[in-house]
Design a protein around this ligand. Structure first.
Ligand code: GLN
Length: 201
């Protein structure tokens, strides 16, 4: 599995470390040339500052090629700011990739409670630790979105097709289950791709 990690800003190194630990190969995406000739089975859009990342994505001309990959079905894991970048609607802000039928609320927990750790049930995985760092939550989700976890009644993890998002930072805990779940999505995508290639060849 080869996973591209958007590495413009924020918590990307921790994603790479965790994915490598569970057997994936990773490469960092900082400019368009980093995508040249790369096999990519999945993409991580990490936490950071969503407004800064949006500006950088456009300024560096990464927005279009990455959006094309995501809408084409490439598995993507968006964490925290990454969730905001994938959201179709952002309360009080502008959407970026706008691929997912969710409304994200930025800095949803206020200043005092901005950063905290908790644990909560995650569909199919059991109880997982959740590290929040000035995170968003999902205010509403369309009918094609599967809600995977809630904290205090608010949606904090969801999936739509090959897009998986968490409002928290799974890469900042020691629990690898969410990254393993994402790698399974990437594996499935690789299998589909090679089936099409075989069929067409
Ligand atoms: N508060 C940040 C934003 O709105 C997200 C924080 C994070 O990714 N840890 O973009």
């Amino acid at each position: 599995m080869r996973i591209g990690i958007l590495a413009l800003q924020g918590a990307f190194a921790e994603h790479a470390a965790m994915l490598q630990r569970i057997g994936a190969e990773c490469f960092e995406i900082r400019k368009v040339a980093d995508l040249d000739g790369q096999e990519m089975d999945g993409l991580v859009v990490p936490g950071g500052e969503s407004t800064v990342m949006t500006k950088l994505l456009h300024g560096l001309k990464l927005f279009e090629p990455l959006r094309r990959e995501i809408t084409g079905g490439l598995p993507v894991l968006g964490t925290c700011a990454g969730l905001i970048l994938l959201a179709g609607r952002v309360e009080g802000g502008r959407p970026c990739f706008a691929c997912m039928d969710i409304t994200a609320k930025r800095n949803a927990y206020g200043r005092q409670l901005g950063s905290f750790e908790t644990e909560a049930p995650f569909a199919g995985l059991g109880t997982v630790p959740m590290v929040f760092v000035r995170g968003p939550y999902i205010e509403s989700a369309g009918k094609n979105v599967r809600v995977l976890a809630r904290v205090d009644g608010h949606i904090v993890a969801a999936r739509q097709g090959n897009m998986l998002v968490t409002a928290f930072h799974p890469e900042l805990s020691r629990d690898e289950r969410i990254h393993r779940y994402f790698l399974k999505m990437a594996e499935g995508y690789g299998r589909e791709k090679s089936a099409v290639e075989t069929h067409c060849g």
